[in-house]
Design a protein around this ligand. Structure first.
Ligand SMILES: [Zn+2]
Length: 251
């Protein structure tokens, strides 16, 4: 069973090597203002960390722009177009999969960026977050042509391709296939230790940021509590840094 002691021991090894580990937080499916969004924004402010907020362009409401106006630490990311499933029957849900022609996908991705820029201006980072964290293999080229610089999905980040950097997330706080509530803390800390160890030992790029993934609209108290515990342990830790989301894009 992994505990904070194991995480802190691992982080102490980073300190001994003169390294700091980069973290970031991505929250998905934002569309409008509301108490759950406020809770997330306030928690980030309190922890002193930036937030990458993946917004669904087709469903976005003006209230979201109002809610973010006084929140300079929040960066808007483009979460697909309408979060619509176009996968073939029996396949995993996917909005930007190979079932649809690349020209159509490129045009939708471009429209998403332009709709969000009209609402949020320079708060938008040209970073595409594919719904359900999956997309067709030719999407980096489509996204590059549509004006994007980066993609964020889930799992180890691939090398930059077609001028597109990858800034993935690695720790999902929600047990989607089971309880649909919080993942057990010890299981998440176990994954966290592995992410840290693989970077420190050189099996992965030590500079690859470790991404936490949340979905504020789906949070119950157990998920909020898990986020609190993670931020209590990781925000402000001397071996950890939380840079502005826009500075994470490297191609
Ligand atoms: Zn989503």
């Amino acid at each position: 069973m992994t505990s904070w002691t194991a995480v802190n021991e691992e982080l102490a090894r980073w300190t001994d090597l003169g390294l700091r580990c980069t973290f970031w937080l991505r929250d998905d499916d934002a569309v409008a203002a509301g108490p759950q969004l406020d809770r997330l924004l306030n928690r980030c402010t309190q922890a002193g960390i930036p937030l990458g907020l993946a917004v669904i362009p087709a469903d976005t409401e003006r209230s979201l722009a109002d809610a973010l106006a006084e929140q300079p630490h929040a960066t808007v990311l483009v979460h697909g177009w309408a979060h619509a499933d176009h996968a073939a029957p029996g396949k995993k849900k996917c909005e930007f999969g190979p079932e649809r022609p690349p020209e159509l996908r490129r045009a939708e991705a471009e429209r998403g960026l332009s709709v969000l820029r009209a609402l949020f201006g320079n708060r938008v980072l040209p970073l595409f977050v594919p719904p359900w964290n999956r997309m067709a293999p030719d999407m980096p080229a489509c996204l590059s042509a549509a004006g994007y610089r980066a993609v964020s999905a889930f799992g180890p980040s691939p090398a930059p391709r077609d001028g597109i950097a990858w800034i993935n997330t690695h720790l999902d706080l929600i047990d989607w296939r089971g309880s649909r509530s919080a993942v057990p803390l010890d299981a998440l800390l176990d994954l966290l230790c592995r992410e840290l160890r693989e970077r420190r030992e050189g099996q992965r790029d030590p500079h690859e940021p470790i991404g936490l993934l949340t979905h504020h609209r789906a949070h119950d108290e157990a998920i909020w509590d898990l986020l609190d515990r993670l931020l209590d342990g990781l925000a402000g830790h001397p071996a950890v840094e939380w840079p502005a989301v826009g500075t994470l894009c490297r191609t």
